[in-house]
Design a protein around this ligand. Structure first.
Ligand SMILES: Cc1ncc(C[n+]2csc(CCOP(=O)(O)OP(=O)(O)O)c2C)c(N)n1
Ligand SMILES: [Mg+2]
Length: 552
């Protein structure tokens, strides 16, 4: 008779799961044995549960199908929590499986026991304990359904040791089937179309949900057919393949940046897939501000800074197609804001080729773009450079700049890049990390080397928690408590069996990255960075433009 653990692994196979990421504990040993016997689901060991969760979440983000991670009870399960929150805020489908002591009787008293189901509850869409082996096929199918359906996110299942070991006559698997989402209603489409047709200066905004893997084609078609210029939020970057002659910029800051010249002038913004987990791309509420139409899989939340006037709710791709049917050829004002485009993009391009050493953030973004092909993937950790990449890095394909503007956690850059490299071994993949964020999960260099990944990690070495240091200065505080020492990154990489490089001249940055990609394997490239641009551009230059910059 099969054990609960075997039913679990069969159920994972039934969902098409190819890998489980994690760190096992003794409570998972039956699951491990079932994985060993299955041969169809690979166990990918990581060196910290947090990275396993970041990798599983990124699997969900890139494929639309839940990634799976595994840990023991108590300490291991708690180490998954940041990854659960990352997936929850970022709307990434994921299934987390944690062990637990036997629930019927236990000879270990309360050793290592915390209420993991409760701890996971606010961090997931659903968190439940499996109390009997027969229920496993149903619970797993339901977990995948909930994780995957809009709005996607993490689901947690706790599998106690005795349930995993329980032998039962067997329980039938529940086959998954395709689910088509409802399309927006005619009334909503007609109302939105009338608002867009009446607009004198329309603008499209692409938000986080616009990056769903299923949506790329529908979105590109809409932009092309209507000819309305668009800007993106940070997590909406790269969602329109082609159509880039309509790209007006990315709103990495909530106000004052050059792209706000267009946003502030717009009288209507069609916000596609905006998710208010993101830092606001613009602030609603100013008198005379634009009308906003929300297009999303789910209704718009109401926030102090975002409260749309109309909504188109339904499967976004097909709904946009129906909206385009109502708009194509009927928008004489579609391109009204396009004349601003060149000016905005020219300001953003400034200093991209500045030769000073250490290199400026603009130069680093420029040089990275030069060595990453159109389909290459850049995964960012969290730090000051994220704002520069969001503003300055041009994307031409969906999900080629992976950044987290939702939980905005440090430590996810390297694991996300590793997941991208596993899924797309034929593409170039680069992790960009600050020296702070990199050291939060740098132990995964060993995992990357063990998995024989082709991966380059660019570490920006300012010896500080630069972003907070910048904010401290902007807010008029004294420079305090933000600096640290770093290991010798070249030797650090070598200690893991990776290759290490240090950039000593600005003109060496691009050739060093290029050579690392050409050589294959895992490389760490450390470069110093001139962060004086943070204040000069992002504070002084934009402040000088004033809060009403760009108003008509
Ligand atoms: C896990 C976590 N801890 C703390 C923060 C707050 N935080 C945001 S950015 C930042 C500094 C990042 O430093 P580093 O990785 O070196 O990048 P830099 O800004 O210096 O380029 C900190 C501490 C966070 N976002 N996530
Ligand atoms: Mg730093």
């Amino acid at each position: 008779m099969p054990k609960g653990a075997e039913l679990l692994v069969s159920a994972l196979e039934n969902e098409g799961v190819e890998r489980v990421f994690g760190v096992p504990g003794e409570e998972n040993l039956d699951v491990l044995e079932a994985l060993r016997r299955s041969g169809r689901v690979e166990l990918v060991l990581t060196r910290h549960e947090q990275s396993a969760a970041f990798m599983a979440a990124t699997h969900g983000r890139l494929t639309g199908r839940p990634g799976v991670c595994l840990s023991t009870l108590g300490p291991g399960a708690l180490n998954l929590c940041t990854g659960a929150a990352f997936a929850h805020l970022g709307a990434m489908p994921m299934v987390l499986i944690t062990g637990q002591k036997p629930i019927r009787h236990s000879r270990q008293a309360r050793f290592q026991i915390v209420d993991v189901v409760a701890a996971m509850r606010p961090l997931t869409k659903l968190s439940r304990q499996v109390v009997g082996a027969e229920a496993i096929p149903t619970l797993v199918r339901d977990a995948f359904r909930v994780a995957q359906e809009e709005r996607p996110g993490p689901v947690h299942l706790e599998l106690p040791e005795d349930v995993a070991a329980e032998e039962v006559p067997g329980a039938p698997l529940v086959p998954p089937h395709p689910v088509e989402l409802p399309v927006a209603s005619r009334a909503a489409l007609d109302r939105a179309a009338a608002m867009v047709r009446a607009a004198e200066r329309p603008l499209v905004m692409l938000g986080a949900a616009a990056s769903r893997p299923r949506l790329a084609a529908g979105l590109a078609g809409f932009v092309r057919r209507t000819g309305i210029p668009f800007f993106t939020t940070q997590m909406g970057k790269g969602t329109v393949p082609g159509g880039t002659e309509l790209y007006m910029g990315t709103a990495a800051l909530s106000e004052r940046d050059h792209v706000h010249d267009a946003i502030d002038r717009a009288d209507l913004i069609l916000a596609v897939g905006h998710d208010t987990v993101e830092k606001p791309p613009f602030l609603m509420g100013a008198p005379g501000g634009p009308r906003v139409v929300h297009v999303g899989y789910t209704p718009a939340g109401v926030e102090e800074v975002f409260f749309p006037h109309a909504e188109v709710v339904g499967d976004v791709g097909p709904s946009l197609e129906l909206l385009a049917d109502r708009l194509e050829g009927k928008l004489p004002n579609a391109g009204a804001l396009l004349p601003l485009r060149e000016g905005i993009l020219a300001r953003i391009r400034e200093r991209a080729e500045d030769g000073r050493f250490p290199p400026t953030p603009q130069r680093i973004v420029h040089d990275v773009r030069g060595v990453i092909p159109e389909d290459g993937i850049v995964a960012l950790d969290n730090g000051m450079y994220k704002i520069w990449f969001a503003r300055n890095y041009r994307t031409r394909m969906a999900n080629t700049l992976l950044l987290d503007n939702a939980l905005a956690t440090m430590g996810a850059g390297l694991p996300s890049a590793m997941m991208a490299a596993i899924l797309h071994p034929e593409r170039r993949v680069l992790a960009v990390c600050g020296d702070g964020g990199f050291m939060m999960n740098s132990q995964e260099l060993e995992t990357a080397v063990r998995l024989r990944l082709n991966l380059v990690v660019l570490v920006l070495d300012d010896g500080a928690y630069g972003m907070i240091r910048w904010k401290q200065a902007v807010d008029g505080f004294a420079d305090f408590g933000m600096t640290f020492g770093n290991p010798d990154f070249v030797r650090y990489a070598e200690a893991y069996g990776a290759k290490g490089h240090r950039v000593a001249r600005t003109e060496d940055l691009a050739p060093t990255l290029e050579a690392a990609f050409a050589a294959g394997g895992v490389h760490l490239v450390a470069t110093p960075i001139d962060y004086s641009e943070n204040k000069r551009v992002l504070v002084d230059e934009l402040r000088a433009r004033g809060s009403s910059a760009g108003k008509p």
